[in-house]
Design a protein. Sequence first.
Length: 230
Amino acid sequence: MTYSVSPIGFVRSCFKEKFAIPRQPQLAPAARGVLELVAPFDQGDAVQGLEHVSHVWLLFLFHQALEDKPRLKVRPPRLGGNKSMGVFATRATHRPNGIGQSVVRLEKVEAGKLWLSGIDLLDGTPVLDIKPYVPYADSLPHARNDMASGAPEAIAVIWADTALVQAHGHATRLAEPLVELIEQCLAQDPRPAYQVPVPEREYGVRFWDVEVRWHYPQAGTIRVMEVVLG
Ligand code: SAM
């Protein structure tokens, strides 16, 4: 039996590639985007009442990780990428039906547009549904997950003087909290766990329309070297 679903909208996000997107929402509160609804949901009626809600659940498609062959086991980055686990025990992107879910902050609502922050979604992500966060039902203080009991440990992010000036300049031009976005995302240490960082090796990613380059001057520290138009 098959069912078909259609997106109710698409996310315009600060994240232009999968690399360096936090593993879950809320880890980078400065990560912002706009959910643009498509017809018929782009009318005010569909979002009426959302002004009473601070956070929403988004159900979406991992459109850049869809696969024909289902995987039963996956290697979550959280476990270092070398330990496999049943797909249903993880939040891996490769999963049956490719459906993801994120709870994100709703900053502003207009007919056809939802301004979001704290997102972990790639630019262009198709959204299947929106549901209001319901604190009494969705927050479970005594719930446990022994594989992911707390947020990943953040590492130190320092700046080359010129890079910080560049970042502030682009933040003003974009009217976005770019310095915070870079610090919050890089503090998650986006490097694949199997790569031992050497100071000479440079990494890069695009946020909004800028390219951010960094290296690891020593273990446990990221130094932002450059923030330039991508
Ligand atoms: N919060 C969601 C969940 O639990 O279902 C997503 C968790 S998943 C581990 C987060 C990762 O999904 C991000 O680091 C990013 O690389 C990836 N991602 C985000 N949007 C995507 C998309 N549209 N297609 C493929 N991968 C995506």
